[in-house]
Design a protein around this ligand. Structure first.
Ligand code: SF4
Length: 358
């Protein structure tokens, strides 16, 4: 069982609530040039279809800050403007309609600038994420802790947070990302005991699809299992849309949230007499975009398959010259000839979904 979620303060990013009793929210970040409204809107549309709930966009210049207006109007997606150092861009992005900022107040040029950003965020009802990465820890803290240790990252984040708190601003969430999984876990655990702000969790620069998915799942999985984390991002060196599949699979594995079918497939063995890998991949491909939550099994033998996948709502098992389709471990159809099996199964699946949706 997952440990009871850590109690956190509730904040909002547009219409999405984070922390408190709300479920863990899935985020991503576009990799388009934010000034290219058309391309950014298209990527956000794809992200939303795949289950993204909040999107962060990089704001490097005035053009990107003003683009937030049309992007938000065309997608309706809660948007966070990601800004480094330039408080004017933060204010412009808020004026354009950003629902949140990712900015570190210690890096924006002093008290006057922090005042101006806080005033603008408050006027817009926007929240601010303080985001410390292992590479952005201040020199003095690197010296004090002999490197970007979890302690250094936590002290850095709380220093930025204090600047917001001094202005009575508490709509804050915090992230502490490192490319080291173990540092990330230690840093968030330490921080979780030091404040009640919601935490945005992630392993930064996690890598390409396979490595990034494994590193993120280990780091974020351990944190979520311990009840830590209110919103997450899986960072991949890939199309951000692929981050969604990993994020939702992770949440499902921990029993925290469900979106789309769970596909159980056997690892194959010496008894397998059909092209099971292709069959499983094809079933997975055909179910892309289905958001109903149920269990599908794709098994390699007609003798053991249904029994092994008894808890599946619907399944298919292939043999040399026939295949079977089963529900909850009971055979409902036998199909002669392996070639017809996929289509017969998809027909059965369609009628299963139709019945479910009645
Ligand atoms: Fe082997 Fe059948 Fe188990 Fe698949 S379901 S691993 S084919 S015994």
């Amino acid at each position: 069982m997952v440990t009871e979620r850590r109690k956190t303060r509730e904040i909002r990013v547009g219409s999405v609530r984070i922390g408190g009793d709300n479920p863990v929210v899935v985020q991503s970040m576009t990799n388009t040039d934010t000034r290219d409204v058309e391309a950014t809107v298209e990527q956000i549309r794809q992200l939303a279809e795949a289950g993204c709930e909040i999107v962060r966009v990089a704001v490097l210049n005035e053009g990107a800050a003003w683009a937030i207006g049309p992007i938000r109007n065309q997608t309706g997606m809660p948007l966070i403007a990601d800004i480094h150092f330039d408080h004017r861009l933060a204010i412009m992005a808020l004026e354009a309609g950003a629902d949140g900022l990712r900015i570190n107040p210690g890096n924006i040029g002093g008290k006057k600038n922090v005042d101006a950003v806080v005033d603008a965020a408050r006027a817009r009802g926007a929240s601010i994420r303080v985001g410390v990465n292992s590479g952005s820890v201040e020199k003095a803290l690197l010296e004090k802790y002999c490197g970007p240790t979890p302690e250094a990252m936590v002290e850095s984040a709380l220093g930025h947070v204090r600047m917001l708190e001094e202005r009575g601003f508490h709509d804050i969430k915090i992230s502490l990302k490192s490319s080291s999984v173990l540092h990330t876990i230690d840093a968030y655990r330490l921080l979780a005991g030091r404040c009640d702000y919601p935490l945005h969790i992630g392993v930064t620069e996690a890598g390409t699809l396979l490595r990034g998915a494994v590193k993120s799942s280990v780091g974020l999985g351990i944190l979520l299992w311990q009840g830590i984390g209110d919103t997450l991002r899986i960072s991949l060196t890939d199309d951000p849309v692929k981050e969604m599949a990993v994020a939702w699979e992770l949440l499902r594995a921990l029993g925290l949230r469900y979106r789309g079918p769970e596909i159980i497939s056997c690892p194959t063995c010496g008894r397998t007499e059909i092209g099971l890998i292709n069959l499983a991949e094809e079933v997975e491909r055909r179910l892309e975009g289905v958001t109903d939550s149920f269990k599908v099994a794709v098994m390699g033998c007609v003798v053991n398959g249904p029994g092994e996948a008894r808890e599946a709502d619907i399944g298919v098992a292939g043999g040399r010259d026939k295949g079977i389709i089963f529900r909850k471990g009971e055979i409902v159809k036998t199909v002669k000839g392996g070639a017809r099996l996929l289509e017969a199964f998809m027909e059965e699946l369609d009628s299963f979904l139709e019945e479910r949706r009645k």
